[in-house]
Design a binder for this molecule. Structure first.
Ligand code: GDP
Length: 464
């Protein structure tokens, strides 16, 4: 699914923007209230065609403004919303005729490099059509005459919008057919090769070799038949060739080696393999960092669980009630160690006994499936508003980081553009706070989140 196209409705006050907004909106109107530190003056809704509509209120412009004030108004949240929009509906008032402020808005749009759809509103009766002619002076290609009040011309407008933006794509059924690219990554001896072999030996599998994309990795197509008879397709990047190199493999150098990064780069979902006997080591964390930095989704696999369970069984004094208790305590401790990572599935498996291998693959599928989502902009903004209210960013030299508007711009990895006052004021701790809140709210499983910031640039070099 592609991003949902967005439409900003702009124009000087009282030209009928809200009326038009209501005409175009479907049912779900969400009002973004004026609250400290967050979006102001922008109301969003979903249009009947599924586009995101943004009503920008008065654009912050008044007749009495000086040119400097108008320039400053370009930095309001409204301007940010305009910048984010795929299409701008520039509304004028056909009853009033062309006003100086219309020309200012037109000018501003031109400076932003936007080609708006000009709409002359309040053409309520057939004999008023000629009133719109003078708006040709604004120099935009074409314009639409409508009566937002009575609905004249609105259907044509909707048609034109559809023509410009195209249909909102729905989840493509084809994505179900595409094999999920995956690779086992982890320290030496955690059992990556064994897991590969376990998969390749599985009876439930049809394996076909396809030419590797790099010399170091072999790529295999797996067609796994699940217990309930479904066909699950994967493309496995097998780094088993690493085996021979164990001698040199213990240095940290190994982990950040080109090969690992290469394997990670090619995956949809990386399986980070840990050795149950050793818990979460420093190198495991470094490896997790590589995956997240590459923007890749992941599942954590605790391998050799058979050994851990044996150990637990042999030790009557372990203090755990039963195996489940042992596992849940283990999981809690491991997750605490991996706290820098977003939400992710953790599987307890054994390459040796075949324990939970299907569950592991199922988790990979679940994670992959979530990666193509586009988070609804109103929900996204509401979540951020709530988070910023319950824990505002720390003030630096009396100034606070503010987010005016947020919109998801990409997937794989999830990328969220934040329109903010100053790009340099988003601190790492706060970024992590936002990441955690969003991954929880939208249940982004095993998926790293990226923020891109749009706002005033830093005027001095940032020290890291
Ligand atoms: P790699 O370096 O990550 O590819 O690790 P290998 O697959 O070569 O495994 C390292 C050692 O751990 C080998 O001796 C395996 O037999 C053993 N091993 C791997 N997985 C398991 C497991 O689930 N249970 C047990 N008991 N041993 C395992």
């Amino acid at each position: 699914m592609g991003p949902v196209p967005s439409i900003a409705i702009v124009g000087r006050p009282n030209v009928g923007k809200s009326r038009l907004f209501n005409r175009l909106a479907g049912h779900r109107i969400s009002i973004v209230h004026d609250r400290p530190g967050v979006t102001r003056d922008v109301v969003t809704a979903e249009s009947a065609d599924g586009y995101m509509l943004m009503d920008t209120g008065g654009l912050g412009l008044r007749e009495s403004m000086t040119p400097v004030e108008i320039q400053d108004a370009a930095e309001t949240p409204v301007a940010f919303a305009m910048e984010a929009a795929d299409l701008i509906l520039f509304v004028c008032d056909g009853r009033d005729g062309l006003a100086p402020l219309d020309e200012m808005v037109a000018d501003k749009l031109r400076r932003l490099g936007k080609k708006p759809l000009l709409i002359v509103n309040k053409i309520d009766f057939a004999d008023q059509v000629g009133r719109a002619d003078e708006f040709a002076k604004l120099g935009f290609e074409d314009f639409h005459r409508v009566s937002a009040e009575h609905g004249f011309g609105v259907d044509d407008l909707v048609e034109e919008i559809r023509k410009r933006l195209g249909p909102v794509e729905n989840e493509s059924p084809a994505s179900e057919e595409r094999p999920i690219r995956m690779a086992f990554v982890g320290r030496p001896n955690v059992g990556k090769s064994s897991l590969c072999n376990r998969l390749l030996d599985a009876e439930r599998l049809i394996v076909s070799e396809i030419p590797g994309t790099t010399r170091e990795t072999t790529t295999r197509e797996l067609d796994y038949k699940s217990k309930d008879g479904q066909s699950w397709r994967f493309r496995l990047f097998d780094t088993a060739g690493l085996r021979r190199r164990k001698k040199i493999a213990d240095s940290l150098e190994y982990f950040s080696s080109l090969r690992t990064e290469e394997a990670i780069k090619q995956t949809d979902v990386a399986l980070l393999v840990l050795d149950a006997r050793e818990g979460v080591t420093k190198q495991d964390k470094a490896m997790a960092g590589l995956i997240v930095d590459a923007g890749k989704a992941f599942v954590v696999v605790i391998n050799k669980w058979d050994v851990a369970v044996d150990g637990f069984r042999r030790d009557p004094l372990s203090g755990y009630k039963d195996e489940n208790h042992f596992r849940s305590e283990y999981e809690k401790a491991a997750r605490k160690e991996l706290f820098v990572l977003p939400r992710f599935p953790m599987l307890f498996v054994s390459a040796k006994t075949g324990l939970a291998i299907e569950e592991m693959l199922s988790a990979v599928r679940r994670v992959d499936k979530g990666l193509d989502r586009f988070l609804p902009t109103p929900d996204l903004n509401r979540t951020i508003i709530n988070m910023m209210e319950s824990r505002p960013p720390a003030a630096r030299k009396g100034k606070r980081f503010k987010i005016f508007y947020a919109v998801q711009t990409n997937t794989r990895p999830f990328t969220i553009r934040l329109f903010c006052n100053r790009v340099d004021r988003l601190e790492d701790v706060y970024q992590r706070y936002l990441t955690n809140g969003l991954t929880t709210r939208f249940d982004l499983l095993g998926a790293p989140l990226r923020f891109t910031l749009t706002g005033k640039e830093v005027r001095y070099a940032k020290k890291n």
